[in-house]
Ligand binder design. Sequence first.
Ligand code: SF4
Length: 258
Amino acid sequence: MGTPYVFNVQRFSLHDGPGMRTAVFFKGCPLRCPWCHNPESQAFKPEPMADGDGRVETIGRRYSVDELMEEASRDIIFYDQSGGGVTLTGGEPMAQDIDFMFELATGLVRRGIAVGVDTCGVAPTSAFERMADVAAFFLYDLKFIDSRLHRKWTGASNSLVLRNLQRLAQLHATIYLRLILLDGINADSATIRQTMEWLRENNIDAVQVNVLPYHRFGMDKFARLGRKATEFRAPSDETLERIRHDIEEFYPHVTVGG
Ligand code: SF4
């Protein structure tokens, strides 16, 4: 596959895992979620996107492993103080050239920088097995437990997502499970309980469950890419509170919101 494209390197991030982190956003994702916060992450190649003033710029460029290591090493003192590190995100980092990703992750870990991986789970199981050796944790999205709904809304079945989650659990990886909730689609107690039952039956040991209510963050970006945006509804606070209780019956550590 070769050197991946990166569309953003974000320093001082507090939303991509524990502590203060540098998030490296890789360009390219096998899914097409219409609520995606970063739709410029979906294509595996650079593409034009208008900025807020209508000026068009090209999104995505190649970085070498060394360049990314240098960028990430700038804030090593903050990682140490805060328990942070680097998060590989996107897009889908696990769907990139896995030799590149493994070399990057291994290099960072050798410098004493903890590496997290933010994933939708759609990538070869062998890639997860390899990365589980070096990654401190996985932020793992489980969008729909129902494969039909997963295919309808993301463009692909959830079979790989579930299989890779099972495999990471077998390997005792540290998993932060992330559930995106869309009102009227998957934000109801029956769906949550079905999801939780599956997780329990499959011995998925998540250290935390992060509930992520839908947000329209990405809509403006779809427009700036010249693509049609779809609006969903966020669950109410009351629904989110009920869902939190549903999850707490299975997992004690639940957070709601980004
Ligand atoms: S999996 Fe994530 S990055 Fe990929 S399209 Fe969906 S929301 Fe966007």
